[in-house]
Design a protein around this ligand. Structure first.
Ligand code: HEC
Length: 114
């Protein structure tokens, strides 16, 4: 047992812990998450994949809150993600003035299902 969990941990470290559970199917989202998906479609989909673990203009959002760190190495929490969305980051333009607080809330709820 101990040996098995050690191997699992080692595999995780070697693979960069990329194996996260798949996103929740769209048909299983609640109302808030469904609206968050619409916000994502309107503001983020041009640069980020949400259902496929492959980069587009920016990193994929699959598992964004299931991993410990954001692609930049910042802790993966609402505060850091919100700062990126509102203020932008390097090549990512600020999105703060494109959505209201409710949209942002719903968007975060959706990102947590990925
Ligand atoms: C014009 C393209 C573009 C759009 C639109 C865009 N992003 Fe990004 N995003 C990027 C790029 C490029 C990066 C990588 C920034 C870096 O760290 O250099 C990024 C990084 C991120 C990160 C990771 C930040 C980190 O600390 O690693 C998150 C989270 C993110 N974007 C979420 C979103 C969300 C949510 C939206 C929609 C509201 C969005 N982005 C819209 C291009 C975009």
């Amino acid at each position: 047992m101990i040996r098995a969990s050690f191997l699992l941990l080692l595999a995780c470290v070697l693979a960069g812990c990329k194996s996260v559970p798949p996103p929740t199917p769209l048909s299983e989202l609640n109302a808030q998450q469904t609206h968050g998906h619409a916000v994502f479609q309107a503001h983020c989909v041009a640069c980020h994949n949400d259902r496929r673990d492959a980069p587009l203009n920016g990193p994929s959002m699959v598992g964004v809150f299931k991993k410990q760190y954001l692609p930049s190495g910042m802790p993966a929490n609402d505060e850091r993600a919100t700062a990126t969305i509102v203020h932008g980051r390097n090549m990512m333009p600020a999105q703060g003035n494109t959505m209201d607080a409710q949209d942002l809330d719903d968007l975060l709820a959706y990102l947590h299902t990925l």
